[in-house]
Ligand binder design. Structure first.
Ligand code: ATP
Length: 250
């Protein structure tokens, strides 16, 4: 059995150069006696096409790990790198990594279509092409009828599916979703997750989703369990992983 904090990359479906790799990565918030070690020296990797779920209770460090992987935060010790995404330059990474956040994230004054097109415009995609790609992303998620609506005219589940469309319209190679179903009822949450997984599969993107809900975790191929800022082997928590290669059985 691997040391605590280490996830065997093979179990994570490391079938190519990892898109993201953590090597003894740690994150401590604050200094001195009040310092909080949110993540303790984690070693793990996400390979192309892999679908990983990080399962753990509130406060176990899931968001911190996701932010480190997204390049939104830096480890206070150890290293996080993105060898399969062309290096470590933040701007370059942002083009390849899509992040879905837990709460409302759509801009209230913009329509759904404008919200989805905005990141493309920021990336420098010409307006017509951005609009076309935004509409195509909405259509592929069955959301085209929502295109002219404002965010406050959507249900929470619809808003979260639009947020997924916004991320996927940029065609990322790695999708990191932080409790994307955390504010939804179970049935709606499952629907959002299934839309996210199907769209990512269509794109060939790897996915890492965090959740505190073990029922959601079953929808993913590989599960990592997080306790008090440490990853523990699935075997220790829930028996053998049914897909040790990290990919769903066909
Ligand atoms: N900016 C911060 N400053 C200080 N402590 C923080 C900060 N962000 C997170 N923490 C602490 O780090 C630990 C891990 O937090 P984190 O948000 O990563 O956990 P989580 O598993 O994602 O929780 P949740 O499921 O509630 O979102 C917690 O003890 C939290 O209080």
């Amino acid at each position: 059995m691997a040391a605590p904090g280490t996830v065997n990359p093979r179990r994570a479906g490391d079938t190519g150069t990892p898109l993201v790799r953590c090597e003894s990565a740690a994150r401590t918030y604050g200094k001195g006696p009040g310092a909080v070690v949110a993540v303790h020296g984690l070693t793990c990797a996400v390979g192309p096409g892999t679908r990983v779920c990080v399962v753990g209770p509130s406060g176990s460090g899931k968001s911190t790990l996701l932010h480190l992987m997204a390049g939104l935060d830096r480890p206070t010790a150890g290293r996080v790198s993105h060898p399969g995404l062309g290096g470590e330059h933040a701007e370059g990474l942002a083009r390849h990594i899509g992040v879905v956040f837990q709460g409302p994230s759509l801009l209230p004054p913009l329509t759904v279509a404008e919200n989805v097109a905005l990141p493309l415009r920021i990336d420098g995609v010409p307006e017509d092409e951005a609009d076309t790609r935004a509409y195509a992303a909405l259509e592929s998620l069955g959301l085209q009828a929502l295109a002219p609506r404002l965010p406050d005219e959507l249900s929470a589940g619809q808003a979260q599916r639009v947020a997924v469309a916004r991320v996927l319209a940029r065609r990322p190679r790695l999708v990191l979703a932080d409790e994307p179903t955390g504010q939804l009822d179970h049935a709606t949450g499952r629907q959002v997750l299934s839309v996210l997984l199907a769209a990512a599969q269509e794109l060939g993107a790897a996915v890492l989703v965090t959740t505190h809900d073990p029922r959601m975790a079953r929808e993913l191929d590989v599960r990592w369990y997080m306790v008090d800022g440490r990853l523990v082997q699935p075997d220790a928590e829930a028996g053998p992983d049914p897909h040790p290669g990290g990919r769903a059985a066909p």
